[in-house]
Each structure stands twice: as C-alpha cells, then as structure tokens.
Write a protein that binds this ligand. Structure first.
Ligand SMILES: O=C(O)COP(=O)(O)O
Ligand SMILES: [Mg+2]
Length: 223
C-alpha cells in the first residue's frame, strides 16, 4: 500500500501571496492609466491563474476587449511579478510545522496549482520549500487545470500516490471542485481567497488554522 498523499494548492493555501499578487496588479493598473482596484475585490480574482486574474481586472475597468491586449498586459504583469514573488509572500502560520509532521510520518506531499509551473517552483525555491514536495504541478504541466479533476489525479500519479489514500488542501472553488470530481476528501483553509463562501462549496472540512491540519488529515484518511 502506498503512503498517503497530501496535495496542496499554492496561493492562499501554502502561502499568503495576496500582497505580491495584488501589489503587482495595482502597479499594472496604474501603468495602464486605469483606476485602482479595491483590495477585497482583487482578492476574489485569485484562484484561476494569473491570466484570468489580469483579464477580469481589465474587464472590471472597461478594458481587455481583444486577446492581443490581454496577452500584452499579462506579459507586462509577469515581467514585474517574477521579480517580487516573495517580497511579502510567506507561508501561513503553523504550515511548516504541519509539513514537518507529515514528512516524519512518511507521507507524500505534492503541489497542484493554477500558477504556471515555472513561477510556482521559483516562488517555493525562494522560500526554501520546494524540497518538501515530490511533485509541483502547475496549470501548464499537464495541459489541464483545476477545477478539472485530472489536474489533481495526474499530480497524485506523478508523486507515486494512490487517489484512494489522498487528501486535497485548498482555499477556493477550483480546489474543492477538483477534489470532489476526483472523489478525494478536501480540507478548505479559511485563511485564503475565495469568491464563494466556503460552506456553499461543501468541502469535507473547513479549517481556520494549520495547527489543526495533522488531526484533520488523519481523520480523513481513516474514515
Ligand atoms: O494564481 C492563481 O490565481 C491561482 O493559484 P492557486 O491555484 O495556487 O490558488
Ligand atoms: Mg488558491
């Protein structure tokens, strides 16, 4: 029997990346000559990937009619964001201790994010966290992205895990829907960024602090 696999979302789950994601977005809107975006409004745009976030932000400001424009603005976003991935971004309180505990228990850890893989790796490298994960799968790794359950299932397979002994940990709709589609229990972390209230998404468990994650995971694995 393979070891249990815990798959983590990245933004809003492993790391509080909102300050750098939204900081870059605010810089971008100003550069484009557009009005600033309200912080809480911007938070709800995170979760589907950076390009959808940039596109939605442009549309909120009455721009982004053509694909070419969206692509050009997205490129400008990435050029700045990759220089400040971890200016303010940090792992959530209690997370590293929970990851230590899982590693000591021999569990397989993996990341399944809608960030592109290159940026996800660079971000985790800068925080010295990459070495903790057997696999880091981004939106471009397999050509499928959350909420498609195939993104999650392929991540588990690449990590050498078994979907029947796996748990997903995420913060938003894409994570919860991917896990539900894959038939995998999902812990929803309430410290992240969700456009839809978590209870409406019906995750298996809602967790407010990572101190409680090891117990929550062991309950889910033994049910
Ligand atoms: O960058 C995003 O919008 C999404 O990233 P996540 O899947 O790690 O939450
Ligand atoms: Mg997220």
């Amino acid at each position: 029997m393979s070891a249990p696999t815990i798959v983590f979302d990245l933004d809003g789950t492993l790391v509080d990346s909102c300050p750098d994601l939204i900081g870059t977005l605010s810089w971008l809107l100003e550069r484009e000559g557009l009005d600033p975006i309200v912080y809480d409004e911007a938070r709800a745009l995170i979760g589907h990937g950076i390009k959808p976030m940039v596109e939605k932000a442009l549309k909120l400001k009455g721009r982004g009619e053509s694909r070419d424009e969206i692509e050009a603005v997205y490129e400008r976003y990435i050029a700045v964001y990759e220089t400040r991935l971890t200016q303010e971004t940090r792992p959530y309180p209690g997370l590293l201790a929970a990851l230590d505990r899982f590693a000591a228990d021999g569990m397989i850890l993996a990341v399944c994010t809608n960030k592109i893989e290159r940026l996800a790796r660079q971000l985790l490298d800068e925080l010295d966290m990459s070495r903790r994960f057997a696999v880091i799968a981004g939106a471009d790794t397999y050509g499928v992205r959350k909420p498609d359950p195939a993104h999650l299932l392929r991540t588990i397979a690449a990590a050498g895990g078994d979907p029947a002994r796996a748990v997903m940990v995420g913060d938003s709709e894409t994570d919860i829907r991917a896990a539900q589609g894959a038939g995998i229990p999902v812990v929803a972390f309430s410290g992240g960024y969700t456009a839809i209230p978590l209870p409406d998404l019906d995750p298996t468990v809602i967790l407010d602090h990572y101190d409680g994650l090891p117990d929550a995971v062991s309950r889910l694995l033994t049910r």
